[in-house]
Each structure stands twice: as structure tokens, then as C-alpha cells.
Design a protein around this ligand. Structure first.
Ligand code: 9MR
Length: 334
């Protein structure tokens, strides 16, 4: 038998990957079933995809991903139920275009969560219930979103309560990025501590892990895992990739002389970073119950388009021809 990542990590945690409707066909599909035992739909379960117009549903893509997972005996992480992005334009307004009340918005949230969670109840074992609610600005707490503006902090509690009512067996995650940066970690910790104190049914915290060869440092990663675990929460790494560039948030044009060559020096840095993070994941396996990569190969990484359109990136373990890269072995062998 040819071993895949899921086999190397059999005694540690499931290893997953984000997929879309084309990655579940052809060569990528066989790579996925060989290497991984869990998937996350990259976009297909987001609100704007599921209900683009009010009461008009589009289940096709999500259903086909769920069918693929069932056929190949893969776990499914549902992604996601409440976010400030990829929402349909009708969501926050009434028929006259006026902003809806808090009651109406929470009713819409409840109906949406019940509908989606119920449909995939026998297939999805864990949901990213609330995604990215903490602000990027370290002097602020919650992000300034429509959810926050209309509902105050209550939308977070409500989303978890609705999801738990819809499927009491599902694991429910709060999911965010840059969770290892001390100032963001402390704010995520504060949010989660508050949820636990109120008895809100949250099972765990997802660290998205859109990292780079520059961050996080080992002590930042270890501190984060230990802090979240100290709240009695599971920790998942939900959207892992290791960019060869420093983290940037705003979209911009590629500079004419910007170099996106995957040099030996960058490969060595990336190899060391991949080795370090998986050493840490194995060390803390009692707390970590899943590690998911964001996209299958360097060919299709979202980082080839974001934040710099057309700047090639090499963040994953498989190259553009779907072959295992040398760095694969820094993860699979220890
Ligand atoms: O990878 C997703 C990309 O295809 C979408 O265009 C984008 C829309 O904002 O969302 C990407 O996935 C995001 C995920 O849902 C939440 N965390 C950040 C991910 C990368 O942006």
C-alpha cells in the first residue's frame, strides 16, 4: 500500500484539504483520496452559494462534494455558517432596501443554520460556526461587520446556540486567522472565555493557519495551543498554507520587479517551518483533533491570486503537476 499523509498521521489526527467542484474530479480526486481523510468545501457551503437569492437554493456544488466524501469515506468539516464575507446581497436588507432589524436578522440566521446543518447532518461532523469575528485592528475587539452593527455581540452566541439545536452531535468551532499573533490571540481568547462562561456550546477553536515562512515562531504557536486548550476547547488547524511571502491583507498590483521565484533559500526556510509546525502539532496531539490544508496543490492555491493577482506562490505540499514536493517529507517523516 502506498502511504499518504493520513496514514503517516493515523495515530495523531485526521489530515484534511479544502476542495471545490473541480478538485473532486480527475487526478486531484485520486490524490485527495490517497493522501487525506477529511475535506472542507472551500466555498460551496457559504451563504452566498447556498442561497444567492432569497428562498432560491443552490445545493448542487455542496451536494456533489458531500457525495464525493461519502464515496471515499472522508470526514467533512462544514465551512461556514456565519461570516462577514461571501454573503448574498439580500441578507441584511428588506424588500425596500432598508436595513433589517436585529430580530429579523437573527431569524434569518436561525433559518439558514437549521436548513444547512439539517441537510448535511449525517455527513458533516464539525462546523465553522462563526468565522473571523475579531477585528484586524488590535485596538478594537469585534470586527465592524453588518452582523455586529445590527445584532451587537449577540450574533455569535446565537449562531452557536442555533447550530447546537440543529445538530447536538456536531462539533462547533470558532474560526479565525493570525491567532498566533499575541494581540489577536488575546482577543480570541477573551471572546472564547466569555462564550464558555455563558455556557455557549462551543467545542473548539480553529486556527486558520494562513501562515508564512516568517511566522508564527515556535513559542507563539505553542502558547496559542496551550492557551486555547486551557479553556477546555479542542484546537483544529483549519486552513493551513505556508506562503513564501510576508502576510499582507489588502489587494494590490504586482510590482514590476517583484520576484516570485521559488529559490532554494526559500525552499529551505519553508521546509524548516513545515517541520517545526508539524513537530508542534504532534507534541500537542491531545488537544489537536484535525489539521486541514487550504487547497490541494500550488497550481490552485488561492494565494496565486491574493493579495497580489498573478504573483505565483508555493505554499502547499504538492506542486503544480500534483507531485509531492521535497517539503512533503518534512511533514510525513520524523
Ligand atoms: O479560498 C477561498 C476563495 O476561493 C474565496 O474567493 C475567498 C472569498 O473571500 O474565500 C477563500 O477562503 C477563505 C475562507 O473561507 C476563510 N478564511 C480565509 C480564506 C482565504 O481567503
Amino acid at each position: 500500500m502506498i502511504m499518504g499523509l493520513k496514514d503517516y498521521y493515523k495515530n495523531y489526527f485526521p489530515v484534511g484539504v479544502a476542495v471545490n467542484t473541480h478538485s473532486i474530479k480527475g487526478n486531484e480526486a485520486s490524490l485527495i483520496s490517497k493522501e487525506f481523510n477529511s475535506i472542507t468545501p472551500e466555498n460551496a457551503m457559504k451563504w452566498a452559494y447556498i442561497e444567492p437569492k432569497q428562498d432560491i437554493y443552490n445545493w448542487k456544488d455542496a451536494d456533489s462534494i458531500v457525495a464525493f466524501a461519502k464515496k471515499n469515506h472522508l470526514r467533512i468539516r462544514g465551512h461556514n455558517l456565519c461570516w462577514h464575507e461571501q454573503n448574498p446581497s439580500w441578507l441584511f436588507v428588506d424588500k425596500n432596501g432598508n436595513q433589517v432589524s436585529k430580530d429579523t436578522l437573527l431569524q434569518r440566521l436561525k433559518a439558514h443554520i437549521f436548513r444547512v446543518v439539517n441537510r448535511y447532518k449525517d455527513a458533516v461532523y464539525a462546523w465553522d460556526v462563526v468565522n473571523e469575528a475579531i477585528d484586524d485592528d488590535s485596538t478594537k475587539f469585534l470586527r465592524d461587520s453588518k452582523w455586529h452593527e445590527i445584532c451587537g455581540e449577540d450574533f455569535i452566541d446565537s449562531a452557536f446556540v442555533y447550530a447546537h439545536e440543529a445538530d447536538p452531535k456536531a462539533q462547533l468551532f470558532y474560526n479565525d486567522y493570525n491567532a498566533e499573533r499575541p494581540e489577536k490571540r488575546e482577543r480570541i481568547y477573551k471572546l472564547l472565555k466569555g462564550l464558555r462562561a455563558k455556557g455557549i456550546p462551543v467545542t473548539g477553536v480553529g486556527s486558520q493557519a494562513h501562515w508564512s515562512i516568517y511566522e508564527p515562531k515556535q513559542d507563539e504557536l505553542e502558547t496559542t495551543i496551550k492557551e486555547f486548550a486551557s479553556l477546555g476547547l479542542k484546537v483544529q488547524i483549519t486552513e493551513l498554507d505556508l506562503s513564501i511571502f510576508p502576510w499582507e491583507k489588502s489587494r494590490r498590483k504586482k510590482n514590476p520587479n517583484e520576484n516570485d521565484e521559488y529559490s532554494d533559500q526559500l525552499k529551505a526556510k519553508q521546509a524548516a517551518q513545515y517541520k517545526m509546525i508539524f513537530d508542534v502539532f504532534r507534541k500537542y496531539r491531545q488537544y489537536i483533533n484535525g489539521v486541514t490544508f487550504w487547497n490541494v496543490s500550488d497550481k490552485d492555491s488561492w494565494l496565486n491570486h491574493y493579495p497580489v493577482e498573478g504573483r505565483k506562490n508555493y505554499p502547499l505540499l504538492f506542486d503544480s503537476l500534483l507531485h509531492r514536493k521535497a517539503v512533503y517529507w518534512n511533514v510525513a517523516q520524523w
